[in-house]
Design a binder for this molecule. Structure first.
Ligand code: SAH
Length: 456
């Protein structure tokens, strides 16, 4: 990187710029004598007057004062709240351009990492709105009134929101119903400053296929005033609700869910269906948030694995066993590993629920358990990985290098760690021809993809 002695702009300066690029977070980038300025609500090609908010050594931030020209890809009338809160930072960009943006992001990371892998066009959704099957919204007092909404980016200032754009509208409605009941029964909202108050968050999950709904009240105390009345009114107002859970989180933390939950009404889990199998999902277990695209993603992953019924498969980071059980129908045996205990219990119950016997699930860190499987000489044909954003642990990749499965299928939700891991795997002789992005998170900057690797 060039070491600029002096930034070319100063704080509070007003300038006219042309946007040249979009960052991976979906902010516009303008360059002033080579010095990058990041600007919200700005698209490549657009000319605008901006006001410089902040200047750092290598880059600065500015805000739009007046847009002088519009990009042909700009969506007219987009709501600024979705950008300010980071709910949908790409909602100003036309959907076909979002899909290209995601493809190009991966291409650029591969170029930097010197990886010669083709990136295919992103598989998008037909209706890229209202897709999320899960919501987690903070509950706070704003100007003396209990509100639900979303934080302004990089802050804990709550912006009250009723229509979340990308969430299942039935979930948006459920949140308003619960909010109004909390108001009616004067249940205190949590106060972060003092660590007092009661309700911190409302989490809602809805089964896209089953139309079941789970409401989780994340509370600082087990004692929730008028809980019985509130639950009764919830079930009357929302007939889809099949469980109401209180989750205890009494810590000063940004982590949303605590470790203990109590079912107040109905089942301990939500049921949903994917690709013909039925899955139970406990409150703290991971479940893909875009059910329509999950089926596309899993179908691609299974195809990439090239299963014939004879293979031994490891599914690392297996969650509630969705990929493992879907693959088990086309493999000899699938071994899943997952760190969250309740997710593994769900996975085992899901195997029984779907009468699938050729699976084994273990609780533990993938990097530890894979070591054990390697030591036991498990004859692995396909290694499936679907890690969280931080990607694969270095020790996991080392174990793979010694285990040498002939095929790896890498499902990634972060192309930066994907590129890093593909470079490391290349060191052990693994190469890939192509990466297939699947848009799991329309209107947001998040990028999901699948890459099949083989051993040279
Ligand atoms: N394949 C699943 C889950 C993918 S999300 C699905 O498609 O639904 C990633 C999962 O990895 C989460 O369930 C998370 O709890 C788990 N996880 C995170 N770190 C882990 C680790 N070090 N070892 C094993 N699992 C881990």
């Amino acid at each position: 990187m060039t070491n600029l002695a002096q930034p070319a702009v100063t704080k509070n300066q007003d300038l006219e710029v042309t946007i040249q690029d979009l960052t991976y977070e979906g902010m516009g980038v303008a360059k002033v004598a080579g010095f990058p300025l990041f600007i919200e609500d700005a698209l490549p090609g657009e000319k605008m007057q901006v006001h410089v908010l902040k200047v750092q050594k290598q880059y600065g931030f500015a805000k739009v004062v007046k847009r002088l020209t519009d990009s042909p890809d700009r969506v007219a009338g987009a709501d600024g709240a979705y950008i300010r809160t980071g709910i949908a930072p790409l909602s100003i960009l036309a959907y076909p351009a979002q899909l290209k943006f995601k493809q190009r992001q991966i291409e650029e990371l591969y170029k930097k990492a010197r990886l010669a892998i083709d990136v295919l066009p992103t598989i998008g959704m037909k209706h890229p709105l209202g897709y999320r099957n899960k919501a987690q919204v903070p509950v706070r007092m704003v100007n003396g009134e209990l509100q639900t909404g979303f934080y302004k980016k990089h802050s804990h200032d709550l912006v009250p929101i009723e229509d979340f754009l990308i969430q299942d509208p039935k979930i948006d409605h459920a949140i308003v119903v619960v909010r109004d009941l909390l108001r009616k029964y004067k249940v205190p909202a949590y106060d972060e400053r003092t660590n007092r108050g009661v309700i911190r968050n409302i989490m809602v999950r809805r089964g896209h296929a089953t139309r079941q709904m789970m409401i989780v009240l994340v509370s600082r105390t087990w004692q929730v005033p008028h809980l019985k009345d509130i639950v009764e009114e919830i079930t009357l107002a929302l007939p889809e609700v099949t469980s109401v859970v209180v989750n205890l989180n009494d810590k000063r933390t940004n982590v949303i869910l605590g470790r203990k939950s109590k079912t107040i009404y109905g089942q301990d889990y939500l049921l949903d269906k994917l690709l013909g199998s039925e899955f139970q999902i406990s409150p703290v277990s991971f479940y893909q948030v875009n059910p329509v695209q999950t089926e596309v993603l899993y179908t691609q992953a299974i195809e990439a694995a090239g299963l014939t019924g004879k293979e031994t498969v490891i599914d690392a980071y297996s969650g509630i066993g969705t990929i493992s059980l879907t693959m088990a129908r086309h493999a000899k045996h699938v071994y899943g590993v997952e760190v969250v205990e309740s997710a593994v219990r769900d996975a085992q119950a899901n195997a029984a629920r779907n009468h699938i016997k050729n699976v084994t699930f273990e609780v533990g860190k993938a990097e530890d358990v894979i070591q054990k499987w390697k030591d036991a000489d498990l004859p692995v044909d396909v290694l499936m990985v679907d890690p969280p954003r931080k990607g694969l642990d270095k020790s996991f990749i080392d174990a793979v290098g010694y285990m040498k499965p002939p095929k790896i299928v890498y499902v990634s939700c972060n192309p930066a760690t994907l590129a890093r891991d593909l470079q490391l795997l290349a060191g052990f002789g693994y190469t890939a021809k192509q990466t297939q992005p699947v848009d799991m998170f329309p209107q947001t900057q998040h990028i999901e993809s699948i890459t099949a690797l083989t051993l040279d």
